[in-house]
Design a binder for this molecule. Structure first.
Ligand SMILES: [Zn+2]
Length: 172
């Protein structure tokens, strides 16, 4: 399958350029994508509350980011309980869709971010494929600067986003 073939080809991750980009004081990257989708971040789903899009630098195939549409920063305190649970419900449904489309032994789920860059709170949904040696799992599987990121064309990214979107719609 073409989507899986690309997994073997990786691009080295330029950590210095990335740090310079995210700490440059440019507009928040999530708010930017909410306003205008970018080819590097194909949007899987967006409604009035949530947005899901593919990671620009995916160490794992199908690595997706989820965020509230509105700019929030604190991972729990900036949500009332209803909006937090709505977001987690969205993540549950999307996680099922990702696991259906991409071979997934475990779905890693975490929120990171920094007040110095990438402050808009977001969740990482990172599907670990079967067969990865133990020492390359968990945090090691997510360290882009060590292993690079998967080389995908814009068309391949859009195709993957569409397939996850179709599975997401089927979960309804
Ligand atoms: Zn924002």
């Amino acid at each position: 399958m073409r989507l899986l073939d690309v997994e073997e080809q990786r691009i080295p991750f330029d950590l210095d350029a990335y740090i310079a980009e995210v700490t440059s004081g440019r507009e928040c990257f999530v708010c930017r994508i909410v306003r205008e989708p970018e080819p590097e971040h194909p949007v899987i789903f967006q409604d009035g509350q949530h947005i899901a899009f593919l990671n620009r630098y995916p160490p794992l195939l199908g690595y997706t980011l989820v965020a509230p549409v509105g700019h929030k920063e604190r991972v729990v305190e900036d949500f009332d309980l209803a909006s937090y649970l709505a977001l987690q419900s969205f993540i549950h449904r999307l996680g099922c869709a990702i696991s259906k489309v991409v071979p997934t032994e475990r779905l890693y789920l975490l929120s990171l971010g920094s007040q110095q860059g990438n402050s808009h709170v977001h969740w990482h949904l990172a599907p670990l494929p079967p067969g990865v040696p133990f020492e390359q799992q968990q945090f090691a599987a997510l360290v882009t600067e060590r292993q690079g990121f998967i080389d995908q064309s814009v068309v391949q990214r859009e195709e993957l986003a569409l397939r996850i979107r179709v599975a997401f719609d089927e979960m309804q």
